[in-house]
Design a protein around this ligand. Structure first.
Ligand code: SF4
Length: 302
């Protein structure tokens, strides 16, 4: 028997000697030839010992067959308790399981995929639910809403839009008429992400001649994010259609390298388009003007 692995307590002698019983149990459970050498034992308690056998299955390198045997008080016979395959200290194990929600990476979502959002997702907070009741003296109280509605009843169709002056109308105007809206945490984490991709610290921005804040291709956005971000609309830029930090920049900046206007050529000195007079035959010495027209036959003369 190899050197035993024991805890502080001393293994019961009869249980420690029941190696053959333990091996038989392991071989009964395992495939033939898979149970190897006896590699140790552990005293689990009074008259309870676990024997370990090497597992020779190539798929379970470093695993051990663990067979627990026990003996009743004052009994001479050792009995089988349980047999199980356990990983050893150098066992080949599968990576720790990670929930799918933590495994997902940006870009994993494909067409038709559904990505459930946790009910307590930190990026979101409750929006307008319709259950909020305004205080009686509020400008959006029910009395005020009725008054406004009565004034505009004849000119406004209210079947599709919230009643003017109601909480729903105000919430809709603010873009909050949703079950959940972006929380402060969600806002900051999104801003950090965008700043990392299209921010001042990127190599592109570091080498840019000027920043987006002064670029004519920047489309301003509303809300608090508009103070730090805009949308690039330069189709030749690296961030076309993306939210860019105002401190981002690229070589496509509208004012960085303005092309000079092409020079307009001066009007031609020689007019090459008009026909020049060209005499077909030398002029007679009569002193008359030389003929410049077509031959006589073409003019109808014989
Ligand atoms: S073209 Fe370049 S500098 Fe201009 S907004 Fe787009 S990324 Fe910014």
């Amino acid at each position: 028997m190899s050197a035993a692995t024991t805890r502080s307590r001393t293994p019961d002698r009869l249980c420690a000697e029941a190696v053959d019983l333990a091996r038989g149990a392991a071989e009964e459970l395992a495939a033939p030839g898979v149970v190897g050498e006896h590699v140790g034992m552990v005293a689990e308690g009074d008259r309870v010992v676990t024997h370990f056998f090497e597992c020779k299955d190539p798929g379970y390198r470093g695993w051990r067959w663990a067979v627990t045997v026990a003996r009743a008080s004052r009994a001479k016979y050792v009995t089988l308790d349980e047999t199980v395959l356990l990983p050893g200290s150098d066992a080949l194990l599968a990576p720790e399981w990670v929930p799918w929600s933590e495994r997902l990476r940006p870009g994993d979502l494909g067409p038709g995929d559904l990505l459930p959002t946790d009910a307590d997702d930190l990026r979101l907070e409750p929006g307008f639910t319709g259950e909020d009741a305004p205080p009686p003296n509020s400008a959006v109280s029910a009395e005020m809403a009725e008054l406004v509605e009565a004034e505009d009843a004849d000119v406004t169709d209210r079947t599709a839009v919230p009643v003017r002056g109601s909480i729903a109308a105000v919430a809709e105007e603010l873009g909050m008429r949703r079950a959940r809206v972006l929380s402060r945490y969600g806002l900051h984490s999104a801003a950090d992400r965008w700043d990392e991709a299209y921010g001042a610290k990127t190599p592109m921005a570091q080498a840019a001649p000027a920043s987006c804040v002064s670029c004519g291709f920047l489309v301003a956005i509303g809300g608090s994010l508009g103070q730090a971000f805009g949308v690039c609309a330069n189709e030749f830029g690296p961030a076309d259609g993306h939210l860019v930090s105002l401190s981002y920049g690229c070589g496509g900046h509208s004012e960085a390298a303005v092309m000079p206007k092409p020079l307009r050529p001066a009007p031609p000195v020689l007019d090459s388009m008009a026909a020049d007079e060209f005499p077909l035959r030398p002029a007679p010495d009569t002193g008359s003007v030389p003929s410049t027209d077509l031959p006589a036959a073409d003019l109808g003369h014989s």
